[in-house]
Design a protein around this ligand. Sequence first.
Ligand code: PRP
Length: 208
Amino acid sequence: MLNIALPKGRLGEKVYELFEKAGYECESIRENNRRLTFENPEKGIRYFWVKPSDVSIYVERGAADIGVCGKDILLEYEPDVYELLDLKMGKCRMAVAAPKGFRDNTAATLKVATKFSNIAAKHYAKKSRDIDIIHLNGSIELAPILGLSDVIVDIVETGKTLIENGLEPIEDIVPISARLIANKAHYGFKTDKINEIKNSLEKILENK
Ligand code: PRP
């Protein structure tokens, strides 16, 4: 069995549809229940749903052979996995945003609220900008509104959340999309099967 970790949620459903189109369907996944694992013994695959930010942990530690997660997670946690393919879905960008009219006072330490502390630290280190990172777990847009931070580093998809909270993007850091990843050791001894899946997914993406 090849174990495949999919990110629970909207992106995961789109990703599963791609796997299905590529020939790796699993009928039982569409049943309305709370099960987290689904198998197709004929195809030799087993899917399981995990929290999007946990996919790379399952794959890095070998509990999953392959998985799909956002480039944001790969950049933030730097898991020791192979990145095999850009699935070109879940597209968004990592950006710095600030309240409208914000002016950076470079003489002071910049307070940055984010879920992505590593990405933010690296971004500002490159610019030699002194920052104080405030690590939050969600609703990042609140931080500058309440004076907890000057700016935020966060994912921007449509930009709606920023606009509705009086913020605007002031700097793009990196484009983000979903990636197919593989456990390094398992890729070594399941190369053919993993490559077969990767190539089938690639073909579907090319014909889109
Ligand atoms: C993400 C991100 C923004 C929002 C951006 O939040 O942190 O808040 O989506 O999307 P938009 O540009 O289309 O408005 P998510 O839904 O993952 O929740 P959380 O960060 O608050 O946990």
